[in-house]
Design a protein around this ligand. Structure first.
Ligand code: CA
Ligand code: CA
Length: 158
């Protein structure tokens, strides 16, 4: 007995199609576009955050530099007289235009500095000190500014 079956001529199998259909390509492009938009949005957000951080760093650096200058002065220096001090950019002791030079001729820039000195602000029991409130303002654009304030106390005796 022959248990083998007789196999007739088989029908030809269809060839697998090479490449992608138009629908597959469109779906892939749609998914890719959504991912690309998310990355672009993240990049724009990152640029904004970096700009804000840079501005804050500039202001803090300028304010800290001026605070160090004022702390190093003698207690009776005219820059520590009571009242508002608002020197121009050519004589404020900071680099207003961030070109590496301080108070050069014709210096202008987006950083502005002022400070207020108050004599014996902690009361009569603690005489011989001055409270200094230092403020650096930077112009971000025509309608926005950014402020950094540093408060410190200058004592007559150290
Ligand atoms: Ca400068
Ligand atoms: Ca200056």
């Amino acid at each position: 007995m022959n248990s083998r079956r007789q196999i007739g001529p088989s029908t030809p199998r269809p060839e697998p199609s090479a490449g992608f259909t138009l629908l597959e390509v469109m779906v892939a492009l749609a998914i890719f576009s959504v991912g690309l938009l998310a990355i672009f949005s993240m990049h724009v957000s990152s640029l904004r955050t970096n700009t804000v951080a840079r501005g804050v760093t500039e202001n803090v650096t300028a304010a800290a530099a001026k605070a160090e200058q004022l702390l190093a002065l003698a207690y009776d220096d005219p820059q520590l007289d009571a009242g508002l001090h608002e020197p121009g950019p050519e004589e404020d002791g900071i680099d207003n235009n961030l070109d590496g030079r301080i108070d050069e001729d014709g210096e202008r820039g987006h950083l502005n500095l002022r400070w207020v000195v108050q004599q014996d602000c902690l009361g009569v029991d603690f005489q011989g000190h001055k409270c200094v409130r230092l403020e650096v303002t930077s112009v971000v654009n025509a309608s926005r500014t950014r402020d950094i304030r540093i408060n410190f106390i200058k004592t007559e005796r150290l």
